[in-house]
Structure formats: C-alpha cells, structure tokens
Ligand binder design. Structure first.
Ligand code: URA
Length: 192
C-alpha cells in the first residue's frame, strides 16, 4: 500500500474498523519526524493522549521524553506512535482484534518513516509487531532484526513508573539502542 501522510491521517481519522473509536475524544495517530531513524511504539492512547490527540503526553510520556533525552535525542527527532490509535476504555489492553484492525496503519507508518531502529515499548507493542510468543520480561533487551530494521523490545514507561527496579534494565536497553544507531550511522557514512 503506497500512501502519503495526508491520506494515512485522513484514513485514521475516518476509521471505524473496531469499536474503540466510539466514545473517544480524539484519534491519536502519532507524531514526530516522518523520516526518523528511530521509532518508538507504545500500546495505545491514555486519557491525556485522548484529550490532546497526541501520543505519549501524559505521565508515561514525560518519562519517555526523559528516556529519549538520555540517548541524546529530542522527541522531534524521533517518531512516536502506538499500536492502536484510539484510547481503549479504562486504559485496558487492546484486544487482539482491535490491534489487528489497526495494524495496517502501523505498517503504513513503518513504510513512510522507514526507521532503522524501532523500540517496542511493552508487551502489546512487542506482540503486535514481533508475534504473540513475545514475553517482555524474557525477551526485552534482545535485538530482533528483520529486513535491515532492528527491533528492541523493552519495558513500557508506565511499567517503569510502577516499578522503579525495572529502570536499570530499561537503561541497558536504551544504551544498546544508542550503540546500534551509532553503528548503523558509521556503516552508512562514507569512510574518510
Ligand atoms: N501509553 C501508551 O502506550 N501510549 C501512549 O501514547 C500513552 C501511554
């Protein structure tokens, strides 16, 4: 599917493919650099995201902003989105059929952004992108490479807010992301 950002956003705004669109305030397609090397994928919008129509702007989003800063980047330099673009009621985990209905939009975002590295924040993102067998406590911190794109599953920032002891592992994963970006950069830049 060859799409433009405008047509993708229009499709998302008009989407009624699953019941999540009923009762929301705003769709939350995602935002950032549409040509970013690094992409972050979360689960789905929460209350604050639903109110503003922007991904990761609540408490978990503020921690994500710090995580991005910790690797020397800004939110404007990366692309941030979610598996589902509509807030699930009471912030429940999206149902498999809801995630499946929204997946074509995530695929379109991949093909427009063409990131080299994708950070999968939490189990919902890891499972939607890499398969149902993913277990975040077991599989976080381990690179998965597909067609030249590097996927790093790690903890969701909301999990880090609930359990500070996970922050050490998350920092390890972010350092690996920083290292991979440098490695890919050095491979693609012409040698002196
Ligand atoms: N949690 C998510 O997974 N995504 C958001 O945008 C906000 C909180």
């Amino acid at each position: 599917m060859e799409v433009s950002w405008d047509s993708l956003h229009a499709e998302i705004m008009a989407c009624q493919k699953c019941p999540l669109c009923r009762g929301i305030r705003h769709k939350v397609p995602g935002q950032g650099d549409g040509r970013a090397k690094l992409m972050f994928i979360g689960e789905g919008p929460g209350a604050e995201e639903d109110a503003q129509g922007l991904a990761f702007v609540g408490a978990a989003g503020q921690l994500l902003t710090k995580m991005i800063a910790a690797i020397g980047m800004t939110r404007e330099q990366v692309y941030i989105c979610n598996v589902v673009k509509c807030r699930p009621p009471q912030n429940r985990v999206p149902l498999p059929e809801e995630a499946a209905a929204c997946l074509p939009y995530l695929r379109a975002q991949f093909s427009l952004v063409r990131p080299r590295v994708i950070v999968l924040l939490g189990a919902t993102a890891a499972r939607a992108v890499l398969g149902d067998q993913m277990r975040i406590t077991r599989d976080r911190g381990v690179w998965v490479e597909k067609k030249g794109v590097w996927f790093m599953p790690t903890y969701h920032p909301a999990a880090l807010l609930r359990d500070e002891s996970k922050k050490r592992d998350a920092w390890h994963d972010l350092q690996a992301v920083m290292g991979k970006l440098k490695e890919l950069e050095s491979q693609s830049s012409p040698s002196a």
